[in-house]
Design a protein around this ligand. Structure first.
Ligand code: DGI
Ligand code: FE
Ligand code: FE
Ligand code: FE
Length: 188
């Protein structure tokens, strides 16, 4: 039996309060989406709770930890430290929080870039991260929130599109996987 309360206490200590609040928002939003789409509520809670568990330290420290734990990073991940917490998070979920469910670990791994052909749980966490109630109101958020509860794939396409235009405007590199996610879900 997984001790959700114990994991919550541990994360509350490790994460900054805003990050912890975001984590709870994603956890409850993910569970609501699971209710809507007949997903696994418990797995959604856990994946939401742990999705940003690697965000207790900076991108640079996350890369150091990856080296230490021999987590091989892709070229994109070395170039874009913002992506690293997803892969490191899945590792920590397994080795520090003792989650061995592959579906949950994959949902953590792909929560930032998404990927084509995501499982229901992967889509739930990807979208919950984007729409949770504490998220700053950005253009189009209302639309993604509405889509999330009527057409989950449409919501994935909208949120990937919005992430891409945000990164373009900010002049940041875009991971090829982020683009593949958009292409896959916008064609559906
Ligand atoms: O961890 P969160 O802030 O809750 O959200 P996230 O994991 O979805 O995204 C973390 C950051 O990564 C956010 O600033 C957006 C950014 N990001 C997402 N896709 C890409 C990306 N950054 C780069 N450089 N390239 C991407 O493709
Ligand atoms: Fe994240
Ligand atoms: Fe996200
Ligand atoms: Fe997040």
């Amino acid at each position: 039996m997984t001790d959700i309360t114990g994991i919550r206490r541990k994360l509350e200590k490790k994460l900054k309060s805003e990050r912890y609040e975001h984590t709870l928002g994603v956890m409850y939003t993910a569970s609501s989406l699971a209710m809507r789409y007949d997903g696994d509520v418990k797995k959604s809670l856990l994946a939401g709770l742990l999705h940003d568990c690697a965000k207790f330290c900076s991108g640079r420290e996350q890369i150091q930890l990856c080296n230490e734990y021999q987590i091989g990073l892709s070229e994109s991940e070395r170039k874009m430290p913002a992506l690293v917490h997803a892969r490191l998070g899945a590792y920590l979920a397994e080795h520090e929080y003792h989650i061995h469910d592959r579906e949950i670990l994959d949902a953590i791994t792909y929560h930032t870039t998404g990927r084509p052909g995501m499982t229901l749980l992967e889509k739930i966490v990807y979208i919950a991260d984007y729409i949770e109630p504490g998220r700053q109101e950005i253009e189009g958020l209302t639309l993604v929130r509405r889509a999330a509860f009527s057409d989950l794939d449409e919501a994935v396409a909208l949120s990937a599109a919005s992430t891409i235009s945000y990164l373009e405007n900010a002049g940041r590199d875009i991971d090829p996987m982020t683009v593949k996610t958009y292409e896959f879900y916008s064609k559906k």
